[in-house]
Design a protein around this ligand. Sequence first.
Ligand code: G6P
Ligand code: ZN
Length: 544
Amino acid sequence: MTRILTVPTQPIEGQKPGTSGLRKKTKIFMGPHYLENFTQSVFDAIGGVQGKTLILGGDGRYFNDRAVQVILRMAAANGAARMIVGQGGLLSTPAASNLIRKRKADGGVILSASHNPGGIDEDFGMKFNGANGGPAPESVTDLIFARTAELTEYRTLEAADLDLGLIGTTKMGDMAVEIVDPVADYAQLMGELFDFETIRNLFIGGFTMRFDAMHAVTGPYAKEILEGILGAPKGTVVNAVPSPDFGGGHPDPNPVWAKDLMDTMFGKDAPDFGAASDGDGDRNMIVGRGIYVTPSDSLAVLAANAHLAPAYAKGLAGIARSMPTSRAADRVAAKLGVECHETPTGWKFFGNLLDAGRVTICGEESAGTGSDHVREKDGLWAVLLWLNILARRIEPVEQIMSAHWAEFGRNYYSRNDYEAVPSERANALMQRLRDISGDLVGQKYQGLTVESADDFAYLDPVDGSVSKSQGIRISFTDGSRLVLRLSGTGTEGATLRVYLERYEADPTRHEMPVEQALAPVIAAAEEIALIREFTGRNRPDVTT
Ligand code: G6P
Ligand code: ZN
């Protein structure tokens, strides 16, 4: 017998969803009532789950399996009609987004702290995606947070754990629980978007690649699609088995954390193409033989060549990028004669533009790229679009990049992060910039003249909502740009991100070391923002 229990509880402080859901140390999530309170608040904030169908899965990190059982019991007790769960409790973020859309679910719960390390002493997270498959907008996350502050009870079911390994439909109380293959629907979607035949021929022709799944959720997806369907040699996908602590690593696909892949791609026997994805499979990193492609450049190249893939053969409706992402994509949009949008950091800001059919491809400097096929960024999608382009152009990545820069100019780009800065110091730095931004125009720093400076505010052209204080933008007359903002995803103190960009049209100057090309912008950043003085740091903790 199953019995509904109403459990008295009290509000827990700090359950405020950030850029991408609620992220906390795993032990906090495992604390008394923590997961339960947040889950009930999500359910209440969306108007209850009575009679609804939700998708549920996560990236396999520590506590994923147990959290799934808790959420299932609570969904049943709250009257949900059906939960569709990835086998083993696994679903990559883009695969979950796809399932929400495909199965016309009312939304989905994704358990992940994305690229943050996993384990009992590391991070856990939970986010809610709506019926369009995308992250809940701020209006909803505000409601969730408000609910966490007034919660007095939650509902759960007295029921045993379900076996998440068995594909098929079973019942928990009156609620149907459908356990599905996490890969199948996603793989089918990819087959509809891309020219798998041509990519298969590329591999038959001896093309070599390495995909590093970083012990995270994309392992099974990449194995099935790259090695299974597309015939890449066995062993192409490495670190392919998801583990609760991601093999003790940091599943963030960038040159720092995917160093093994970088070493391979810059080594003697480098394969033709390298790629990696993050904990929950929505980020990507692209590397050619001896060349790293920045996410901003990758967005621009994908947009410029998307027509080579069947799904985008008719052209793009428009392109969107987050504000700190380099303006390389803007030049592609201008040439294609399509709309170009600059949105605040956070994939959720692309949702309205995608739903309204205003843009087809979106991307962020933080290694996210995606399209209107789902409502999340999608790591493997980006890798497959690159493969499709490589299969059609039959040119090495390096050549594709230099041809792109020759055509559009090169936007040298880099990001400097100052991590775990005491919040009051980081806030003071930002506040000072807000205060002085009006006076910067016309001033000269390190030979660069400020053309415009503001605290970025976004007016959503679809629903008219305004998001203020999204970061300081400082543009210089030579096309260089400086952006400063505080991260919305850190779990310790504040992370100051300094984004540096310089435009260079002249092809004879496209081969400079990035640091050298950006030296004046880096020096201007220090002079304007007094980073050393405010943070007490002489250099950034991480440069990507
Ligand atoms: C997550 C979001 C992205 C965002 C990134 C960086 O991955 O899904 O949309 O760009 O975080 O956010 P941050 O606030 O840390 O710079
Ligand atoms: Zn992620």
